[in-house]
Design a binder for this molecule. Structure first.
Ligand code: COA
Length: 204
C-alpha cells in the first residue's frame, strides 16, 4: 500500500479532482495556507503508483488551549485537530483514509497531545462510521455548523489521556445537544405554523 508523504504546496494545484465531492469542504487558499505552513509535517498526502495525488489530510495542533471540563477547573491542553480529509472517488474503500488518520494519530501521540478532534457533517454517515471504527466518539452536536447541515465535533482520546478526561464533558454536551435539537425542531414547527397562517388568505 502507498505510504503517506508530506504534502507539498504544489499539491494545492493538483487536488481539484479530489475535492469535487459534495461532502468535501472546499476551502479557499487564505484559509488553507496558514494551516499548512503552521504544522507542515502534519499535512500528509498519498499518491497512486503513477504519482497522481489521490488523498490528503490536513492536521494541526492547538497548543496550550484552556478548557473547563469535569469539575469546572480550567485545564491546559494541547490537542490535535483534523481540518480536512479526502480521498479520490476511485480510490475509496482501500484503507487510505484509515492509513492517513492512524499515521496522524501516532504523530500526535508522540507529541504528547491529549486528544484529536474533528468536525463532520451529520449527514456524512460514511465518514462518521469510519471515525467511530477508529475510536472517535461524538462529543458535541453542532447545530447549523455547516451552511446547510448540522455537524458533530468528534474526539479521540490519545495515550496521554489515560483517564479519558478529554471526554468528561460528554454527558453535559449530550444534554445540551438534545436541548439544542428540541429548540431547533420547535422553531421549525413554529415557523411552519407562521407560514401557514401568513399564507392563509382568510387571515389577511
Ligand atoms: C470519508 C473518506 C475520507 C473515507 O476514505 P476511504 O479511503 O474510503 O476510507 P477507508 O478505506 O479507510 O475506510 C472506509 C471504509 O472502507 C472499508 N474498507 C477499507 N479497506 C477496505 C477494503 N480493502 N475492502 C473493503 N472495504 C474496505 C473500511 O472498513 C471502512 O468501512 P466503514 O465505511 O464501515 O467505516 C472518503 O469517503 C471521502 O473522501 N469522502 C468525501 C470527503 C469526506 O467525507 N471527508 C471527511 C470529512 S469530515
Amino acid at each position: 500500500m502507498t505510504s503517506p508523504r508530506v504534502f507539498a504546496l504544489e499539491d494545492l494545484f493538483k487536488f481539484n479532482h479530489i475535492v469535487l465531492d459534495p461532502l468535501v469542504e472546499v476551502y479557499s487558499l487564505p484559509f488553507l495556507l496558514p494551516k499548512i505552513l503552521e504544522y507542515p509535517e502534519l499535512v500528509l498526502a498519498v499518491d497512486a503508483p503513477g504519482g497522481r495525488l489521490i488523498g490528503f489530510i490536513l492536521g494541526r495542533r492547538i497548543v496550550d488551549a484552556k478548557e473547563s471540563i469535569g469539575d469546572g477547573k480550567d485545564q491546559s491542553w494541547s490537542n490535535g485537530h483534523i481540518s480536512a480529509l479526502a480521498v479520490a472517488h476511485d480510490y475509496r474503500k482501500l484503507g487510505l483514509a484509515t492509513r492517513l488518520l492512524t499515521t496522524l494519530r501516532d504523530m500526535m501521540d508522540r507529541k504528547g497531545d491529549w486528544y484529536v478532534d474533528l468536525f463532520v457533517r451529520g449527514k456524512n454517515e460514511k465518514a462518521i462510521s469510519l471515525y467511530e471504527s477508529l475510536g472517535y466518539v461524538k462529543y458535541r452536536w453542532m447545530p447549523q455548523f455547516y451552511a446547510n447541515d448540522h455537524g458533530y465535533d468528534m474526539r479521540l482520546p490519545l495515550a496521554r489521556d489515560v483517564e479519558r478526561k478529554s471526554l468528561e464533558g460528554i454527558l453535559i454536551n449530550k444534554v445540551y445537544s438534545f436541548g439544542n435539537m428540541l429548540y431547533y425542531l420547535l422553531m421549525l414547527y413554529l415557523l411552519g405554523i407562521k407560514d401557514i397562517l401568513i399564507g392563509d388568505r382568510w387571515l389577511e
